[in-house]
Every structure is written in structure tokens, then in C-alpha cells.
Design a protein around this ligand. Structure first.
Ligand SMILES: [Zn+2]
Ligand SMILES: [Zn+2]
Length: 241
């Protein structure tokens, strides 16, 4: 059950359990998940960053540029945008949400996703459809939910853009961390397919995942969507490595 922000039930809930910071347990205002101190420690991504994958760089680059990683491979999404880095507090919150089943933390994780949508590469774009990166059914059973789908649903409610699970994961890929970038892309090739009855022809798609690590997953999903006729595929993630 999703309670509206101000409801008698929520008010009673917060009397029974006064809200505390998800990191340090300091008291916080109702509706907040982090105290001010922890909030300031969030590693935000600020310019300059790669126009394609949002990898941030030090220094004073004022022109639009692509990083060496993006320049040397074919990426099928138009841009992948994240507002924060998956480090420190952010990494911990996302892991707690994903593996610790602290479902209420999705509200905080969604805020980072919303912040990504403020980026000029995404804001004002007429997206027709939100598509979450799918999990393999076996993994979804094991975890109990697909974190990308939950985030996509929250975002859909805020933005009034429909969410549709247009993709399915057909291969239970082994854990990605042991692979280098090239092996990773090969490992993912053919791992996704368009679902039966999903029609993305001529549509502007916003692809959603929790974390961008190398961009290979988002790229492979974008490849399948574009092959199926999607006009554009932009990606937003709550955080990036
Ligand atoms: Zn705190
Ligand atoms: Zn890049």
C-alpha cells in the first residue's frame, strides 16, 4: 500500500516510529531519510562530465565532450544520466534497498533519479514510455522484487508517463564484476529481448536502472529497443559507479 505524503495513517506511524537518519540514526523531520550532515556527504556529479555516460572529470572542460570509454565503443543509448555517484552513503543506501529489503529507502533512491531528470539532456524531453531494466525471473524470485521496476513505478507516478515492462531478461548472466569491459559486453549480448505484445515503434523511451556500472547493460537494452523501432532511448539511473 502506498500512502500519500500526508495521511492520518502516516502521521500515526511517525508517532510510533519517529523518523531517523538511515545512515547515522539521528532524528530527522517527517518525510526525510537523511540528516543534514549525511545529506551533505552525498557525492553529487557536477560538470564537467561525459555527455554520453555522465562520467565526471576534474578540471575546467567547458566544451561538450565524450570520455575515452565512450569514444572507443558503440553505446546504443542516446545518453545515460546520473546525478550522484554510487559511493559512500549512496552506495550503502542502494545496497540496503536492493539486498537488505529496506523498501522504504526507495523513496530516497527515487529522489536521486528525479535529480538526474533535471539534467538538460533529459529535462523537457517528451518521453512516451518508461522501461525498467528487467531482472531474470530466477533472480527476481530470489530477491523478491526488481529494484529498477520499483523505481520506474515511483517515477512514472511523479511524471505521469506510463511504465511498461517492454523488455525481458532471457539469460541468467553470471556476476559481472569478474569480467573486463569487452567480456562484459559479449556476456550480455542476447541477454535481453522485447516482450511479446510490447510495441515501442516511434516511441521516445526512458530506460531506468538503479546503478550504471560500465553502461553495458543499459546499452544492450537500448540496442534491443532501437532494433524494435524506438525513436530514442535515454537512460537515467539513481547513481553511477
Ligand atoms: Zn545522518
Ligand atoms: Zn562516457
Amino acid at each position: 500500500m502506498v500512502l500519500p505524503k500526508f495521511s492520518p495513517l502516516r502521521a500515526i506511524g511517525s508517532l510510533l516510529y519517529p523518523p531517523v537518519c538511515a545512515i547515522c540514526s539521528a532524528n530527522v523531520a517527517t518525510g526525510e531519510y537523511l540528516c543534514r550532515d549525511c545529506e551533505t556527504k552525498i557525492p553529487r556529479i557536477t560538470a564537467p562530465f561525459c555527455a554520453k555516460c555522465s562520467e565526471p572529470f576534474d578540471g575546467a572542460i567547458t566544451t561538450v565532450f565524450e570520455c575515452a570509454n565512450c569514444a572507443h565503443r558503440e553505446l546504443y543509448f542516446d545518453a545515460a544520466v546520473s546525478a550522484v555517484r554510487s559511493r559512500g552513503i549512496v552506495r550503502r543506501i542502494i545496497l540496503d534497498f536492493k539486498y537488505g529489503k529496506h523498501m522504504h529507502l526507495r523513496h530516497l533512491v527515487v529522489r536521486w533519479l528525479v535529480a538526474a531528470l533535471d539534467d538538460h539532456r533529459l529535462s523537457g524531453r517528451p518521453f512516451d514510455l518508461i522501461v525498467p531494466v528487467p531482472l531474470h525471473p530466477a533472480r527476481q524470485r530470489e530477491r523478491g522484487f526488481n529494484q529498477a521496476a520499483l523505481l520506474a513505478e515511483s517515477l512514472s507516478a511523479r511524471m505521469s508517463i506510463p511504465v511498461r515492462p517492454a523488455l525481458a531478461r532471457t539469460r541468467y548472466t553470471t556476476t559481472q564484476t569478474a569480467f573486463d569491459r569487452v567480456e562484459r559486453m559479449e556476456n550480455l549480448h542476447g541477454a535481453f529481448r522485447l516482450r511479446k505484445n510490447a510495441d515501442v515503434r516511434q516511441l521516445h523511451v526512458l530506460l531506468i536502472d538503479d546503478v550504471l556500472t560500465t553502461g553495458s547493460t543499459l546499452s544492450e537494452c537500448a540496442r534491443v529497443l532501437k532494433k524494435a523501432g524506438a525513436a530514442t532511448v535515454h537512460a537515467a539511473t539513481a547513481a553511477r559507479a
